[in-house]
Write a protein that binds this ligand. Structure first.
Ligand SMILES: [Zn+2]
Length: 285
């Protein structure tokens, strides 16, 4: 059966979240092939994921772990893996299909579902890199077998870090690239730590970086910023006064919605970079 030959050697056994599940894991190779084939058939492309999977993908995209584009080529579905004596999740190297155990569909499995999907998506990226290095037949040659060990270790460490991120959130850093100070007010769309204080500006010195006392689960934020003590033209980063405006020290400011960057997929803060476009200071990017 050609389909079996394609799929069978390419399933990576994942131990990423074994500590979090009661059932002892087993390699997917031990599972009846017809079950894996049937689950692969039911897996959906991006835009048509099962609701819980779509939620996990959205969480990972919002956290800056993967881009939406990286999910575009990946089919994902739930499958009764553990009931059939299999692992908690698998990925087909050749076909880029991820299967998660059906137990992860439950509402209270959100955190472990995110970490498990991150683990499998890491394999997807690893496979993509190795295929471009070793050719389209990579998944069925010895190099893939050799690589499994380090890829598993790397994916384990990665999903551990991602799981931690969803506990703590990412910090938020303001990087002021201007030669003058800026005053910044920022609201995270998904704050981990809610603030009950009145809106106030944070001042960031010239050409310096400041960590806000905030942690967020999403790169999407609304903010207002303005230069202060500038001898040139005053620079403002803001939005329309309606509907998103805040009163700070009795004055109304319109907020601008933006998406923050993050240097590392699995750790480190979100960053907001502010560049002044004066003749003294060309934008860094
Ligand atoms: Zn794995």
């Amino acid at each position: 059966m050609a389909q079996v030959m394609r799929l069978f050697p390419c399933i990576v056994f994942c131990v990423s979240v074994c500590a979090n599940v009661a059932a002892a894991p087993a390699p997917s190779e031990a599972m009846p092939q017809h079950i894996l084939d049937a689950c692969d058939e039911r897996a959906s492309p991006f835009g048509h994921y099962d609701r819980a999977i779509a939620h996990a993908a959205d969480d990972l995209i919002a956290m800056g772990v993967f881009s939406e584009e990286e999910f575009h080529g990946v089919k994902i579905g739930f499958c009764g893996l553990r009931a059939a004596g299999g692992p908690v999740a698998t990925i087909s190297c050749a076909r880029d299909i991820i299967l998660l155990d059906s137990g992860y569909a439950a509402r209270d499995q959100e955190l472990v579902r995110n970490a498990t999907l991150a683990h499998e998506m890491k394999h997807y990226l690893q496979h993509g890199e190795q295929k471009s290095k070793f050719g389209a037949n990579y998944c069925s040659n010895d190099q893939y077998v050799t690589d499994k060990m380090w890829m598993e270790e790397e994916a384990d460490a990665f999903s551990d870090d991602v799981g931690e991120l969803f506990f703590t959130g990412r910090g938020v850093e303001i990087r002021n690239e201007c030669p003058v100070a800026v005053s910044v007010y920022l609201e995270a769309e998904r704050p981990i730590t809610a603030s009950d204080t009145a809106p106030e500006f944070t001042h960031v010195g010239p050409r310096s970086t400041l960590a806000l006392p905030a942690f967020a689960a999403s790169k999407f934020v609304s903010f207002y910023a303005q230069t202060t003590l500038s001898d040139g033209e005053k620079q403002i980063w803001g939005g329309p006064s309606m509907p998103d405006r805040r009163f700070i020290d009795g004055k109304a400011y319109g907020l601008k919605r933006t998406s923050l960057s993050n240097a590392s997929r699995s750790s480190g803060p979100f960053q907001l970079s502010l560049s002044c476009q004066s003749e003294h200071d060309q934008p860094a990017n």
